[in-house]
Ligand binder design. Structure first.
Ligand code: AHG
Ligand code: MN
Ligand code: MN
Length: 335
């Protein structure tokens, strides 16, 4: 029998990385494995979304006052439960839950990490068969091991992230995660249910040709943002402009594409919503971390997203993220 052993699984990869750190306990690998497990369960449901009665509204409104879809609820439950039953997570915070959830059982209080997530990103795209995703952010707790986690464990600036990642449920399902050592992408082989390393050591091209923004809000953006968008539309030999506009409305898919191909994604503040729409802790910070490790940049328009000191679990932030040179060009307008 000819067994293909060129394939490296997520577990093999994370354990191999650990070998360089003799003091490591393996908890982070375990946590990533559990995120992968919850992701596989969501993948299964996403793929039959058109077949079963899982479409449509759950009939409830979340803390943000938004409609909750059944798949949002399902994904939130999966990630929460899988992490609660694992041995590496001391508590979670989620877009779908008003407050953080400390895991106060004897096993969990001894765990090192907390995890914040957006269980289903781009949920307005569920009903129309367009790619959606999950976003996660992992911190080492700041309170002592053996105690129940508190809010300060969750309100850490993004520069303290130990790891961050996302899952995109697209034409294939992919899990991409970053640690300070690099960004790696794993494609789910649905025939065997394994995450397999398909995109090792992802680097974001310094210059791309794509800009992603909601043009419908154009007249609500600051002049600086409007001027930058106009620049994206101009012919420019040096930058390769005019850029191509691409906006899916699932940030996971939009930023994933721009990370691989090079590009810039923007969700600026508007006159109606000066802080924009995206949530700092489980939408902006994880992507800021991933793209920065891959060589790109992320800002809220004033400072690096990763250096923002959070004050609330669900706080929003303007968000600009992408290829280094494109971000530097944008910054000349914002400053
Ligand atoms: P969520 O589904 O978790 O609420 O997030 C949707 C977000 C993000 O994925 C996307 O980029 C943005 O909303 C789109 O918003 P607009 O429709 O306002 O452009
Ligand atoms: Mn989201
Ligand atoms: Mn969401």
């Amino acid at each position: 029998m000819n067994v293909n052993r060129r394939v490296q699984t997520l577990d093999e990869f994370t354990i191999q990385q650990l070998r360089d750190f003799p003091q490591a306990t393996g908890e982070l690998s375990h946590l990533l494995r559990n995120i992968g497990l919850a992701g596989k369960r969501v993948h299964v449901e996403v793929n039959k979304a058109g077949l079963v009665d899982i479409l449509g509204d759950a009939g409830t409104i979340n803390v943000q006052g938004e409609e909750v879809k059944k798949l949002d609820v399902y994904a939130n439950d999966q990630f929460t439960r899988v992490l609660q039953h694992g041995i590496a997570c001391a508590g979670i915070a989620s877009e779908e839950l008003d407050d953080f959830v400390p895991f106060d059982d004897a096993k969990s209080v001894k765990s090192k990490y907390v995890c914040l997530f957006d269980p289903l990103d781009g949920s307005s795209n569920i009903d129309v068969n367009v790619s959606i995703g999950t976003i996660f952010s992992i911190y080492r707790r700041v309170t002592p091991i053996g105690t129940v986690v508190t809010k300060e464990d969750f309100l850490q600036p993004g520069n303290q992230q130990v790891a961050a990642g996302y899952i995109v449920y697209g034409s294939s399902t992919m899990l991409v995660y970053a640690t300070r050592r690099g960004v790696n992408g794993f494609t789910l082989d649905p025939s065997i249910g394994e995450w397999t390393l398909s995109h090792p050591d992802i680097k974001c091209p310094e210059q791309g040709k794509i800009y992603s923004v909601n043009h419908g809000n154009f007249f609500q953006y600051d002049k600086a943002v409007q001027d930058y968008i106009a620049t994206c539309q101009k012919k420019d030999k040096e930058t390769g402009g005019p850029y191509t506009q691409r906006y899916i409305g699932s940030m996971v898919s939009d930023v994933h594409r721009n990370l691989i191909k090079g590009g810039i994604f923007m969700y600026p503040g508007t006159t109606d919503k000066p802080k924009g729409k995206l949530r700092l802790l489980y939408e902006c910070n994880p992507f800021a971390f991933i793209v920065t490790v891959a060589g790109g940049k992320a800002t809220n328009g004033k400072i690096r997203i990763l250096d923002v000191e959070p004050t609330e679990l669900h706080q929003r932030s303007p968000f600009f993220v992408g290829s280094k040179l494109m971000m530097e060009e944008l910054e000349t307008y914002l400053n």
